[in-house]
Design a binder for this molecule. Structure first.
Ligand SMILES: [Zn+2]
Length: 59
């Protein structure tokens, strides 16, 4: 299995596996070689879902 973010072989790491909850179902998001990759992945996904984010910059 490969890291969802960077594609490294997870056999070389102590991987972090993530699940999300969608409509009361647990959906696997992916595996990450460490929390740094997980955090970076979340940051990128947050950009993708920016429309749903309630972050409001000061005007
Ligand atoms: Zn990685």
């Amino acid at each position: 299995m490969e890291c969802t973010y960077c594609g490294s072989d997870l056999a070389n790491y102590d991987p972090v596996f993530v699940e999300a909850t969608e409509d009361d179902e647990r959906v696997p998001v992916g595996g990450f070689c460490n929390y740094a990759c997980l955090s970076a992945y979340i940051d990128e996904e947050a950009l993708t879902y920016g429309d749903a984010c309630e972050w409001a910059p000061e005007e």
